[in-house]
Design a binder for this molecule. Sequence first.
Ligand code: NAD
Length: 483
Amino acid sequence: MATLRSLNPTTAELLGEYEIADAKTVEEAVAEARIAAEWWSGLAAGARRDRLLTWKRAIAAGSDELATLIHEETGKPVGDALLEVMLAVEHLNWAAHNAGTVLRRRRVRSGTLAADQAAALEYRPLGVIGVIGPWNYPVYTPLGSVSYALAAGNAVVFKPSEHTPGVGVWLARAWATAVPEHPVLQVVVGDGTTGAALVGATPDKIAFTGSAATARLVMAACARSLTPIVVEGGGKDAMIVAADADLEVAARAAAFGGFGNAGQTCAGVERVYVERAVYQDFLQRLADLAGNVKTDAYGPMTTPEQPEIVRAHVTDALAAGGRAVVGGVESIREPYVTPVLLAEVPEESAAVTEETFGPTLVVNPVADLAEAVRLTNASKYGLAASIFTADTKRAAALARQIRTGAVSINSVLGFAGVPSLPFGGVGDSGFGRIHGADGLREFSRAQAVTWRRFAPLIDLMRLDRDPVALDRARKLFRFRHAR
Ligand code: NAD
């Protein structure tokens, strides 16, 4: 059996060796998951909730160990890793407590034409969900799909990123101890080949989180079997700073959103548009912060490819006429990248149009907020955005004009810890939603059930339809709709 070596990105130390799941192993896992799904979906909602909460307690109790593992596999500081676990557990808790209510059977009105029918709607599980995860938030991100899929009554086969297999295996072990009856959550380890095998094993839905380029491949493979897919893709999130904003708060948020996790955050800040009146003041404050940030505050680049992408974007931005206010190409000292603050970068350059995923920020001045919104929306991505202003009413109106799945006003990533809110993007940032009630429904099929209550006065649903009945129906119809 081939093995996958998990290496510490900072020290290159070998952290663990894992058997790579080949196509046969993945198929077997999906087949076992089908049996587990029958058992799991047959449990009462309360019984599923109790088991999910047992798993939650195991994750919370083991959070120090899990955070250390995340830190070792990704390089991010232990504190950031712990925050990630805390956020993921908050979502798991919400999904466990709310699935019963959100998905339960409810009566709906049957309407005039079908008055003889009673009608009910229920959200039923899909069966087996294949979850394919990224490395940058190896707990929070995949659990956004895993927790909601499980809570909706599905079994899950999870393929963690090849950079963070240990974290995936830890989560599945904790599950197997908490819910030993059936393998409702399994992990298959490997790279894209294992991911492709998971898609090929035709689970009932794929929840993919990763880059838009891989999403296209996965979606094309899903098309063969018409397997539905939810895509959580990348981002090029913009922050808008209005002239009336608290500039110190905005600058601190830009630094956190841009440099946190070494910029390797799908919904991190990559672009900042500042109203010209306060542009220099904001840029100076941000430069002061950026110049003082040490890489221990956010860790190394997790994969060897990332520094190259950062180098390409910084080089391109400077060649196109952008200005390096803090750092530059010399900031890239693998595996670390010190903060890079670029200003007045042409909107067509890769540093503005492509996901950089490094501790870099592009800050550009705008004439007004209308221009800021226009440039924010000019991206092919649309994951999240933030607006800083003293006028929150105006910000709410601006939010409606922004083409993203989420908007934070006077903070960055404000939505991340609100489990009742859906999360997902538009365009190259993906489609479908995880988290919240929408996240539970994403892993369900709406089932409509009707039952006849009495013989209708005007019965049109028969082959020997009475012309008099049809005429009555026609009059009624015209009276209701043609006036
Ligand atoms: P990636 O696209 O390289 O890989 C994602 C996953 O897909 C990995 O597990 C990989 O093994 C698997 N994969 C690769 N080829 C495959 C194939 N042909 N078939 C099936 N699976 C395959 O992404 P990454 O580098 O791991 O993660 C970073 C990206 O993820 C960034 O673009 C980031 O913005 C995005 N991301 C998005 C969210 C979100 O919620 N929207 C969250 C975190 C990360």
